[in-house]
Design a protein around this ligand. Sequence first.
Ligand code: NDP
Ligand code: 2IT
Length: 445
Amino acid sequence: MDLNKIMNDLGKKHPGEVEYHQAVREVLESIEEVVNENPQFETAGIIERIIEPDRILSFKVTWVDDKGKVNVNLGYRIQFNNAIGPYKGGLRFHPSVNLSILKFLGFEQIFKNSLTTLPMGGGKGGSDFNPKGKSDGEIMRFCQAFMMELWQLIGPETDVPAGDIGVGGKEIGYMYGMYKKLRRENTGILTGKGTNWGGSLVRPEATGFGAVYFAQEMLATKGTTFEGKNVAISGFGNVAWGAATKVTELGGRVVTISGPDGYIYDPNGISGDKIEYLLELRASNQDIVAPYAVEFPGATFNEGKRPWEVKVDVALPCATQNELNGEDAQKLIDNGCICVAEGANMPSTPEAMHLFLKNNILFGPAKAVNAGGVATSGLEMSQNAMKLAWPAEEVDAKLHQIMRNIHAACVKHGTKADGNVDYVKGANIAGFLKVANSMLDQGVL
Ligand code: NDP
Ligand code: 2IT
């Protein structure tokens, strides 16, 4: 495989799509050896086929705000690869959304979904709509207008969207309602639904819980646990919340959370009613963390800064892509951090990732660490198909086992001669092989 040629061609075909190029390069670097050992992949053009989405759907979303003004946003759904199951992946509503970001997310989703062991292909979608500061009525009208376009492209056996940044239970509810009205069917379309109407218990906290279960497995390889560990978390959205709850339950102390305005350092630990307070802030559609330091004495607000300068044992980036750069990584390493597990998608820049690997930090890449979210979406699809609802303990036990299995797959494919595990390589190879072999089995499509 000629990696440089493939990357050059991709750059020419899709100029400026930097996040997409970054995600593709990371995977190809890891699987180069495996591809070279398996000439059948080369003959079948597997690499060229896997890095291009099956199709990209884009549409206009027109909606009316509370002042009566008509607004226009862009909507997208990227159906990347369905070799192992229906396209599956979240919808992101954020002003930064563009094709490059959605293509990186859709590409990552192929391998992540493969790692879950469940039959799900890769997809992603979203809009440049900004939910921040919008009223419930505005959010409902936007979601309905978005679904009026999307409904024809998706279906429970075709493509099953879910949440991501800016899309939680409320948005899923409005979109599900419109899908049901248009299709006149109550199906398992969309995951992350309300538990009264087909949603799975544990789905809201599953990504964060899964991330911590994975980190727990990594720590266990060094004979240690979360007990007494200081943990830095970034963001305070859906993933950060689940992670903070589980770290606390396992005896760790979460000392940071962050928003776009800066980060909070609370040496007393962010748990219990403090997490409740953050959820209230979040529910009010205000993405700021500064008020926390006023509410809880002993905590400090560090304006415009990132939490990676704090001395911690474990770091869980849970906000967004490229939020932890080489400089941040060096600070974490110098401060004695032993484990970094990516709750967000591609939060570490390539420089940061290479520094973690070089220094033998236990570094869990996003597609392995945060796969618990989509895995539990898969469990929601199973329950919907069976018209059953499993108790929380049963879903949590399945999620936990899936995370253990993903860890084992990374160890199998990523253990180096010196005994250390390169989880990036392990996750990429394990995720890739299943999809690539399925594509071979199914012929040229
Ligand atoms: P939320 O919307 O609940 O929270 C996202 C947080 O990240 C907010 O604090 C948000 O602030 C911040 N953020 C988003 N975009 C940016 C940006 N461009 N720059 C700086 N900060 C940003 O999202 P989730 O918790 O669901 O998602 C967080 C991460 O986890 C994402 O990378 C997502 O792809 C990933 N993930 C989510 C899963 C899920 O099930 N929800 C599953 C697997 C991964 P602001 O909007 O103000 O910028
Ligand atoms: O990035 C992700 O894995 C998600 N946003 C969750 C996708 C899903 O379909 O549950």
